[in-house]
Design a binder for this molecule. Structure first.
Ligand code: ZN
Length: 229
């Protein structure tokens, strides 16, 4: 049995997936979460997941599932996301934080879990607007994955990407429209974006080093959103 309005949110503990979780909870009566350990250097984001789940707790929030892919993705090769090397662009024009196959693998694992749990909707916070150069965040990639997963698992999963066409300022605005200042404050204080795992320096927009690409994106979106209010 598949709950057509039951959802599984790919939930890392970051700003985008936290906003997606709130979005799903506002829409669907039953929402579960899945998180992945893959040897990310900012594994601290995983420790942000439970406090965020507690802050968003409601009748519709179901089980949390953690999947360990560290040996799989970590063993396949070094990137700046999983190793302590400097963040830079590669000669192919991709950031060296790109983990090849990561979102494809995440979606395959999420769909396998959703299949077993009878969850039809799979929600993830990928975004093409603030395009970080990750080809697996593109709308076409996600649509192709939906087709492949549905064919390969003989289901009718719906892959939902509420942030696909929103920039980071619009993502803050979405949080405000879903849960007002309280949700914005939860995202700001509890979610984690910084690639370097910095949770000691607090800014208007939350914790982080303030200089890595993830902090720059988050801070830029916050400032744009605040100045437009
Ligand atoms: Zn940072």
């Amino acid at each position: 049995m598949t709950g057509s309005d039951h959802a599984l949110v790919l939930f890392s503990g970051g700003q985008d997936s936290t906003t997606c979780l709130a979005w799903a909870l506002a829409r669907y009566p039953h929402v579960e979460t899945i998180g992945f350990a893959y040897g990310q250097r900012h594994a601290i984001e995983l420790s942000c997941r439970e406090p965020i789940r507690q802050a968003l707790a409601c009748d519709g929030l179901g089980e949390d599932h953690m999947v360990d892919l560290a040996a799989t993705l970590g063993g396949l090769g070094q990137t700046a996301m999983t190793s302590d090397i400097a963040i830079a662009m590669t000669s192919e024009g991709l950031p060296n934080t790109f983990v090849p196959g990561r979102n494809l693998l995440f979606l395959t694992c999420a769909a396998a879990l959703a299949w077993r749990r009878g969850l039809r909707r799979i929600v993830l916070g990928v975004c093409e607007t603030d395009y970080s150069g990750y080809p697996d965040c593109r709308d076409d990639t996600i649509k192709a994955m939906q087709l492949a997963l549905n064919l390969g698992m003989q289901r009718r999963f719906v892959l939902e990407t509420p942030l696909m066409w929103r920039d980071k300022a619009a993502t803050w605005e979405l949080a405000a429209s879903l849960g007002g200042d309280r949700l914005v404050d939860t995202v700001r204080r509890l979610s984690h974006s910084c690639y370097l795992g910095d949770r000691t320096h607090e800014h208007d927009w939350g914790f982080g080093c303030g200089t890595c690409p993830a902090c720059a994106l988050r801070a830029g979106g916050w400032n744009k959103w605040r100045s437009g209010r």
